[in-house]
Design a protein. Structure first.
Length: 159
């Protein structure tokens, strides 16, 4: 069975988002073993201090990169990433899982991801040129991955 790991910086407290995640995790469980790693967002005192933000992203990067399972292909969600259709994402997911059986997606904090994480990723993925809160993006990612599996399985969900 495929192994999908979701590494996210920050946690979700809003019930409507946790309920949505629980639903998609349940749906995904028929296709893959799901693991989640939540990393605490580094505290930034001065939001205008680029150096402080960079240092925080580097500390988060250490935690993110150490949480990627051995042999797993890393996909980083970032605004400058490649935009794919649902069918293209499904093809990508299927290809990676055929190769290694393990896929890891990472969503950064409100400040994004360190360049080290982006460089380590096999794919930089963007869902839109718009910016979304990372908590909401997590739900969108789970849905997109579920949709990918339904496309690969030839189910009608994606239409």
């Amino acid at each position: 069975m495929a192994q999908i790991t979701f590494i996210t910086v920050g946690s979700i407290k809003e019930r409507y988002l946790t309920d949505a995640l629980a639903e998609y995790k349940k749906r995904l469980s028929q296709f893959a073993k799901i693991s989640e790693v939540e990393i605490k967002e580094e505290r930034i005192v001065d939001e205008d201090n680029r150096r402080e933000i960079s240092d925080a992203l580097d500390r988060e990067a250490d935690k993110i990169l150490s949480a990627v399972p051995q042999g797993s292909t890393l996909v980083a969600l970032c605004i400058e990433g490649k935009q794919l259709s649902s069918e293209q994402l499904a093809t990508t997911v299927g290809s990676v899982l055929d190769e290694s059986g393990k896929l890891t997606f990472v969503i950064g904090s409100s400040h994004g991801l360190s360049d080290r994480v982006k460089s380590a990723a096999r794919l930089r993925l963007s869902f839109s040129r718009l910016t979304f809160p990372h908590q909401l993006m997590r739900v969108v990612l789970y849905e997109a991955i579920y949709r990918s599996f339904t496309i690969l399985a030839g189910k009608r969900y994606h239409k």
